[in-house]
Design a protein around this ligand. Structure first.
Ligand code: C2E
Ligand code: MG
Ligand code: MG
Length: 751
């Protein structure tokens, strides 16, 4: 070998490779049984620098010895391998061992032979996984250095790729394990574990902490997870952690943290790594992950951490979004208090024993939504806030106040702290001060002793409290107490409702009866009122007061009234064909008038029928006509315009504003039967006054009066004396089936 040919390669400007950072030298193995040639190889490689790192040459003098060295050193980049050693193909045999037994696919193998005939170059390159094949005589010192240099570089690139591939696989695995975590502590714990795995820093460890930018200093950030030696320090804030470090470490770490927060970037500073994440846009939080490693991180580790950090960042963002969703799901954002879902969850997780000791109070603002239309939703929110403050003080010690609905607050309170009935009664009348102005607010209150519904799940318990509220409202009470009886009547109503639905779809179960109206002077029939009955079973004919209210609250009323209206048309057609048709009235609910379908059905029937519209009369109770007054007035005017008579039923019971009345399109006032009944009762004077007043009032705006519920001749006489011409009542006839009514008409016509 010509030593003169040895020279140092010029400094290269290649970027530092992952490997050059990993190792400060390149390990080369020369396998050669000829000590002389071994020596010349050593000399030839002496002083060789590749990518700023020197060569360290390991030697082996036999294939067996080489196999051992290779197995023990996985950082060998190039093997210079003599073919002929212990036996003729010892070198080739070793190639197989390296590739297939040891499993090292990366190491570059350069075969060297002094006897080319024993292993022809082409066949060997084809059959064995070697990278180069040289005749020893052709390998000058210069060539040797260039062969080693190029193979070291190739190995470096391949190794870098392999490391990156392994690292990426680790990141994929790590990312998979962090995405499953939905809670900050377990998420941070997993992140720390995965970082430890990726950069192999088990001896030290790391912490994750939350930094709220508005807090005075980052040092106050609470620690949410810790691993390795930091876990043992049991610090709860960054400050505490810094306190456990020595002075120099504290300074280094403090500096790193400051840089991370100011530059909003990850910091890799010697032993300290500080990763910076921000979810400020979502929840005003920043996260710091601090890792201490035994030595400064290698570039490969930093690269991996940077990639993994993308996923950590996404993880923190997802957590923030999830938290937001949770907040939306469990809190009322307007009042910033828990909501129905929260209460359900709370009750579900409360033990039966604890539940037995609790009472759920509901406070619903009456007519909330009507007020909202008039006063606006902002005002109503302010009202709910003010109510919340008031109830919090008045109920005193309680477990929770929850916004159950827009218009309803719920309070969970221990039995011993529940206000008594009269206090609750007093609480139902609130005077809330909003923007300095007093507002009277009526509340409906329900009291549900959780012990009484121990067998029910949370959702059902809340529903029962609401049902209690509803029942109290129906009965005109401001405070309702849940009782087993309520559940029973609810169940009955539920069954009845189910059957009512069936009755509506099985036509024929709803029967229309007719109660004739009489001319009080002549005693002749002058019309009739259609009244619905429900043929519940063979024996039972249910009167309307058993099911009309239920139909109204469950939205079935319009279907019933449409059926009655259709029957009235059919029956009137029948009477018309017999030449004895008289005006027939039928009852409508205000919900019918608000349903375009009902009015359209009525219009269609009128336009296709030969009947004159004056044969039709609708009756709506005074109370219902006054609800949704504006809309109802318009519909009534339209009906009057079509020639249909409009009667205000049960007149005198509704305490309506007379001003409203004068604008209501009504042609008949039906004085309520309670006044007629009272004409012979204890309060006959005031009943008589009402009878007279209604008559005077009707005259003033051109309506006629009808009296209902006339049971005695005396009542009839008083009514006729006071100007009443038309009436109905048991004195003349009870409501009867159509065929009987028809017979009556035919009879009266022939009479
Ligand atoms: P309403 O429209 O005021 O009907 C008069 C009620 O008084 C009828 O009760 C009738 O049977 C009863 N009545 C008639 N004469 C006398 C009497 O001399 N003495 C007594 N004590 N009662 C008498 P009914 O049929 O039980 O109807 C009750 C209420 O149910 C009706 O009061 C009406 O508001 C409602 N209703 C009846 N049918 C329908 C319907 O098809 N649709 C709607 N929406 N409501 C209906
Ligand atoms: Mg009526
Ligand atoms: Mg009536």
């Amino acid at each position: 070998m010509n030593n003169d040919a040895l020279f140092s390669f010029a400094e290269e400007t290649d970027p530092p490779s992952l490997h050059s950072d990993l190792n400060s030298e390149w390990v080369i193995l020369s396998v050669e049984d000829d000590p002389g040639y071994q020596q010349s190889l050593s000399l030839g490689l002496k002083g060789l620098i590749v990518n700023n790192a020197p060569i360290r040459l390991l030697t082996a003098s036999s294939a067996a010895q080489a196999a051992k060295v290779i197995a023990e050193n996985d950082n060998i980049s190039v093997i210079l391998l003599d073919v002929v050693m212990e036996h003729d193909d010892a070198g080739l045999f070793l190639v197989n061992t390296i590739r297939n037994v040891i499993g090292n696919e990366l190491v570059r193998i350069v075969l060297l032979t002094g006897q080319p005939g024993l292993a022809p170059r082409f066949d060997t390159m084809r059959d064995f996984d070697v990278d180069e094949y040289w005749n020893k005589v052709d390998l000058t010192a210069e060539k040797l250095r260039s062969v080693v240099t190029s193979n070291v570089k190739t190995w470096d690139s391949l190794h870098e790729l392999a490391v990156a591939k392994r690292g990426l696989q680790m990141i994929v695995d790590a990312s998979r394990s962090i995405t499953a975590r939905q809670e900050i502590h377990s998420f941070s714990d997993t992140v720390l574990q995965e970082i430890t795995r990726i950069i192999e820093v088990e001896e030290s460890g790391g912490v994750a902490c939350i930094h709220y930018p508005q807090s005075m200093s980052v040092n106050y950030s609470p620690i949410v997870a810790a691993s390795g030696e930091f876990a043992q320090r049991k610090a709860t804030s960054l400050n505490e952690l810094l306190g456990t470090l020595d002075k120099e470490e504290t300074q280094q770490l403090h500096h790193c943290i400051e840089c991370a927060v100011t530059e909003q970037e990850h910091q890799f500073n010697g032993q300290w790594t500080v990763l910076y994440f921000s979810t400020q846009d979502l929840d005003n939080r920043r996260y710091l992950i601090i890792v201490k490693s035994v030595a400064a991180l290698q570039i490969s580790h930093i690269t991996l951490l940077m990639v993994f950090s993308q996923n950590i960042g996404n993880g923190f963002t997802n957590l923030a979004l999830l938290n937001k969703l949770t907040t939306l799901a469990y809190y009322d954002t307007k009042l910033a208090i828990p909501n129905r879902n929260w209460l359900e969850r709370e009750l579900q997780t409360t033990s039966q024993t604890e539940r037995r000791n609790l009472v759920l109070l509901l406070f619903r603002v009456n007519d909330y939504f009507t007020s909202e239309i008039i006063l606006g939703s902002e005002f109503m929110q302010a009202m709910m806030t003010s109510l919340f403050d008031r109830l919090r003080c008045e109920v005193g010690s309680h477990q929770a106040i929850v916004r159950l609905d827009e218009d309803c607050l719920a309070i969970l309170v221990a039995k011993s702290n529940v206000p008594n009935k009269s206090t609750l009664q007093a609480m139902s009348e609130q005077v809330l001060v909003l923007s300095g102005i007093e507002h009277r607010t009526q509340l409906s209150i329900a009291n549900l002793d959780m012990g009484l519904v121990a067998g029910e799940d949370a959702e059902q318990a809340i529903r029962l409290a609401e049902a209690t509220l509803h029942e109290a409202n129906r009965d005109g009470q401001s405070v309702g107490y849940y009782s087993a009886h309520l559940l029973h009547s609810l169940e009955n109503r539920f069954t009845l409702l189910k059957h009512l639905r069936d009755a509506i779809s099985n036509k024929g179960q709803l029967k229309v009866y007719y109660q004739p109206k009489f001319d009080l002077h002549t005693g002749r029939i002058c019309g009739a009122e259609a009244l619905v009955r429900w043929q519940y079973d063979d024996q039972t004919l249910l009167p309307p007061d058993k099911f009309i209210a239920l139909a109204e609250t469950s939205g079935l009323i319009t279907q019933i009234d449409t059926q009655v209206m259709e029957t009235v048309f059919d029956d009137l057609d029948n009477l018309q064909s017999l030449n004895c048709a008289l005006p027939i009235s039928f009852n409508v609910s205000n919900l019918d008038l608000l349903t375009p379908d009902f009015i359209t059905a009525l219009e269609n029937r009128l336009s296709t029928s030969k009947l004159t519209s004056s044969l039709l009369e609708i009756e709506i109770t005074e109370t219902q006509a006054m609800q949704n007054y504006q809309t109802v007035t318009k519909v009534l005017s339209k009906l009057v315009g079509m020639g249909v008579t409009v009667s205000i039923d049960d007149f005198g019971t509704g305490y309506s504003s007379l001003a409203h009345f004068t604008k209501l399109a009504a042609t008949v006032l039906k004085v309520d039967r309670s006044f007629v009944a009272q004409l012979e009762g204890n309060e006959k004077d005031s009943a008589l006054a009402v009878i007279k007043m209604v008559k005077t009032f009707a005259e003033q705006f051109g309506a006629i009066v009808v009296a209902e519920g006339i049971e005695t001749e005396n009542q009839r006489d008083i009514l006729t004396t006071n100007g009443y011409h038309v009436g109905q009542g048991f004195l003349f006839s009870k409501p009867i089936p159509f065929h009987q009514f028809r017979s009556l008409l035919i009879e009266s016509h022939s009479g």
